[in-house]
Design a protein. Structure first.
Length: 135
């Protein structure tokens, strides 16, 4: 439980600092807390008429996973059904909140990203930034 708290506190601090730093330069940047301890901001809202992916729906998205300092771990297009745990939990639990065509930037704690095992090249217990372009 202590590792969860440390991850949550670390990400909260990073997100607050990013909001402060970008508020003047970009006219404001707002993150919200989503399921699983994920902080996310909507860069582009996407297609409101088409709506959000549904549970069980096959969905395609470009997903860039980065270290907290911005260094890129992976950049891939993934097609998988929503809610079947083929996405990192941070994405799988929250993708139904955002429209097709949306661009999302999220800070995901290790337990909602790649967990205790990691995924090459992402090490275990790694908090990450995920940028998601939902098709």
């Amino acid at each position: 439980m202590q590792l969860h708290k440390a991850a949550d506190e670390s990400l909260r601090s990073i997100v607050q600092e990013e909001m402060r730093a970008k508020s003047d330069a970009e006219g404001g940047l707002t993150y919200a807390m989503y399921e699983g301890g994920v902080w996310a901001t909507i860069i582009e809202r996407g297609d409101v008429e088409r709506g959000a992916p549904k549970l069980g729906e096959e969905c395609t998205a470009r997903m860039r996973v980065m270290r907290l300092d911005g260094a890129l771990y992976s950049d891939e297009e993934l097609t998988a059904p929503v809610g079947k745990y083929e996405w990192p939990a941070a994405v799988d639990r929250n993708i139904t909140e955002w429209n097709h065509g949306a661009k999302i930037r999220m800070y995901a704690p290790w337990y909602a990203a790649y967990g205790v095992a990691g995924k090459d090249p992402i090490p275990p217990y790694e908090n990450v930034i995920i940028e998601l372009d939902i098709e």
